[in-house]
Design a protein around this ligand. Structure first.
Ligand SMILES: [Zn+2]
Length: 271
């Protein structure tokens, strides 16, 4: 695992395991921190637990130092990243009351990926069973409803009013039939995404970077229209994930009057 590399395992309603490996550039510290950091809490016995599993997997060399925390992710997520000789691990706080075997399984999953070891099934099984159980799934969806909606700065931006825009688009493209979800600007700028729809809290968020006089209104409208299509074509995962854009979705997206122009503007903004 190279420096500043991050591995994140997400267990969600969709197929059993989602794996994303994000190579993050060294995080630039944002000067303004609009949102207070969510609280994390140490996992009792977390470091020795990881050292035990490290040894059991037959990883070579001296184990690194581990710092292990519960973190209020909006889903069942495990992340691991290394900075120099310190390895940071975060477990979703859904695991706070999970049995030890489940935590060991989670540790084995993470370490086996990072150190390319094969984890014995018996070690990993308690976590997988826990993650896939109906009880855990319903806890995830209950939690998502409450949690994800926190991040909105409201629909009225400095330059664009998303609620008004929603009503106009709803009339123009949906005959006014779309139920209005929660809508807001993101509380901070995102690097990669213009917008997002999350079916859990039923919320559309647009990247606050676009609430700017230099951004043509048609581009904002297009992003909102795209997210509105996610409301109309529900998927299990939040919008702009891997499986959300069906052929029907894509066809309907092209009905947007200024489709080509809006796309060009976004391509330009994305640079
Ligand atoms: Zn999308």
């Amino acid at each position: 695992m190279g420096p500043a590399q991050q591995l994140s395992l997400e267990m969600d309603l969709a197929p059993p395991i989602k794996l994303t490996l994000a190579k993050k550039p060294t995080p630039k510290r944002s000067k303004r921190r609009a949102v207070p950091r969510r609280a994390s809490s140490p996992v009792p016995g977390g470091a020795p637990l990881f050292q035990r599993v490290f040894t059991r997997l037959g990883c070579e060399g001296r184990p690194p130092r581990f710092r292990v925390e519960f973190y209020p992710y909006a889903s069942l997520v495990l992340t691991i990243r290394r900075r120099e000789d310190l390895v940071y691990v975060r477990f979703s706080d859904l695991l706070q009351r999970a049995p030890l075997a489940v935590l060991e399984g989670a540790a084995a999953l993470l370490l086996s990926r990072v150190y390319r070891r094969k984890a014995p099934r018996s070690l990993v099984a308690p976590y997988l069973n826990y993650a896939r159980s109906n009880r855990t799934r319903s806890r995830i969806s209950r939690m998502r409803r409450g949690r994800v909606r926190l991040a909105s700065a409201g629909p009225q931006g400095r330059h664009f009013d998303l609620e008004k825009m929603f009503e106009e688009l709803n009339e123009r493209y949906f005959s006014g039939s779309l139920q209005r979800p929660h809508i807001g600007w993101s509380t901070r700028s995102w690097r990669r995404q213009f917008g997002c729809y999350d079916p859990g809290p039923n919320q559309i968020l647009l990247n606050r970077r676009m609430d700017h006089p230099a951004v043509p209104q048609v581009a904002v409208e297009y992003v909102l229209y795209h997210e509105m299509l996610h409301v109309k074509h529900p998927t299990r995962r939040s919008g702009c994930g891997l499986v959300s854009h069906s052929p029907e979705f894509r066809a309907e997206e092209k009905l947007f009057a200024d489709f080509a122009r809006a796309r060009r503007i976004l391509d330009h903004l994305a640079r």
